[in-house]
Design a protein around this ligand. Structure first.
Ligand code: SAM
Length: 426
């Protein structure tokens, strides 16, 4: 397929996403099944167009004077991919699969757009983001419209970063800037494809996992040490469990739990592939964690959240988020923090993590928890960073209440928050 046909296909997929409220991945898959002639390169290009359209949905719509799928996809071609309207029209003229010619270009000046449009975020979230980032909030929003890199974590239980680099040399991975076991492959422009690393021999042997550098950083700062008893209360598919096991050198014990059996299911294979021997999965049965009450050195709560830190990867969620959903997540987080305390021994450490950048899910939760539990004290983040990552904590990452907030603009990672609390005296 040439570009005109790919643009038309992207308009079709985006229409499906917007009218049927379908997740992008599902709509792309359905399009692929109905259009079997399209190759992997076509599917990747169409996916890039749809995701790019959603990443900058508000500003694309402003510039084009329209938010139809057609306007949004054409905006990607012109604003992101650098094709002029004239060049596109010339290409459309001799391609029977092309969208209609562009003859109604509004071309509004983005400098005249409201702040939330320039930041490409939902209008109702502007006050929260301004509270989180002050004068930088628009730049932070803009940075969340870029394509994310593909990051890997070398599994220290089985391989060094150098060994993984050799295994994946054909993709030219580079060491990550902060995470010591991380490798990264920057996203390419236009129709570039994401490398398929999960068919690599090294992956199948458990030498590395796909994990955003931000997730690797917070896993390291969680500070699990050799020999500790650790509860991973929201283990999901085990992304952080695996990283914790690696920092613990397979000693001590991690109890991996999740309330959702389906989310937990992949963890068994992943633990095996990664050579993890110190993790015990606790399925969500009644009383599954009762025997751990008051015994844990560390309780990690990688809480369910709005996922605002992952907007680069899942831009459709940016526009679907509602105040009601935020309030629901806040309620779940407050409950989980209380629940997590149950398992902590005196002197133990509570680790609170979200992949959100909203203060409502981050510092605000900690303030409320500490008000109800004066025995909790915030651990020094600069010290935690230094002991986990050897370097000094970079300026500007600390939050007002003593947590840490990573963002695409600050650390070239997904957005993450982490806060460490000690339970009384050690
Ligand atoms: C951010 S995800 C966890 C991601 C995972 N830790 C990882 O690194 O791949 C949050 C998880 O919390 C789980 N969850 C939600 N409510 C819970 C509860 N009350 N108790 C335990 N897990 C819960 C969800 O099922 C979801 O898997």
């Amino acid at each position: 397929m040439r570009l005109p046909g790919r643009l038309a296909a992207a308009i079709e997929v985006l229409t499906d996403v917007e009218t049927r409220k379908r997740p992008v991945s599902e709509a792309l898959k359905a399009w692929g099944i109905n259009n079997r002639f399209a190759g992997a390169g076509d599917r990747a290009a169409i996916g890039n167009l749809v995701y790019d359209a959603l990443r900058r949905r508000a500003s694309h719509a402003f510039v084009m004077g329209s938010d139809t799928p057609r306007a949004l996809v054409l905006a990607v071609a012109m604003r992101d991919w650098g094709d002029s309207a004239d060049a596109l029209n010339a290409a459309f003229a001799d391609d029977s699969h092309a969208p209609e010619a562009i003859d109604e270009l509004a071309d509004n000046d983005i400098a005249t757009a409201p702040d939330w449009v320039r930041a490409d975020v939902p209008e109702w979230l502007a006050p929260s983001l301004e509270r989180a980032f002050g004068a930088d909030w628009i730049a932070e929003g803009e940075a969340m419209t870029g394509r994310p890199s593909l990051d890997l974590r070398a599994n220290a239980l089985k391989a060094s970063p150098e060994k993984v680099m050799r295994s994946l040399a054909r993709f030219s991975p580079q060491p990550t800037a902060i995470a010591p076991f991380g490798l990264t492959m920057p996203a390419g422009p236009r129709d570039a494809r994401t490398p398929n690393v999960t068919t690599d021999e090294g992956y199948l042997k458990g030498w590395f996992e796909v994990q955003d550098q931000g997730s690797q950083i917070v896993s390291a700062i969680a500070g699990a040490r050799e020999g500790e008893q650790v509860l991973d209360l929201c283990a999901g598919a085990g992304g952080k469990t695996l990283a914790l096991a690696a920092t613990m050198g397979n000693s001590g014990q991690i109890f991996a739990y999740d309330a959702d059996r389906n989310r937990l299911a992949p963890i068994y294979d992943r633990l095996k592939r990664n050579g993890v021997r110190n993790a015990q999965v606790r399925a969500p049965n009644p009383g599954a964690l009762d025997d751990l009450a008051g015994k844990m050195d560390r309780v990690v709560i990688d809480a369910p959240c709005t996922g605002t830190g992952t907007w680069r990867r899942r831009p459709d969620t940016k526009w679907k988020l509602t105040p009601e959903l935020l309030a629901q997540r806040q309620g779940e987080q407050a409950e989980l923090l209380k629940e997590g305390l149950r398992y902590l021994k005196p002197g133990g450490t509570l680790v609170y993590i979200t992949c959100s950048i909203l203060p409502e899910e981050n510092d605000d939760q900690i303030v409320a928890l500490k008000a109800a539990h004066p025995e909790l004290t915030t651990l020094n983040m600069a010290q935690a960073w230094r002991s986990a990552l050897i370097t000094d904590l970079p300026q500007g990452l600390a939050t007002p209440e003593g947590g840490l907030c990573l963002t695409p603009r600050r650390t070239n990672t997904d957005g993450f928050y982490i806060h460490l609390l000690r339970n009384g005296e050690r």
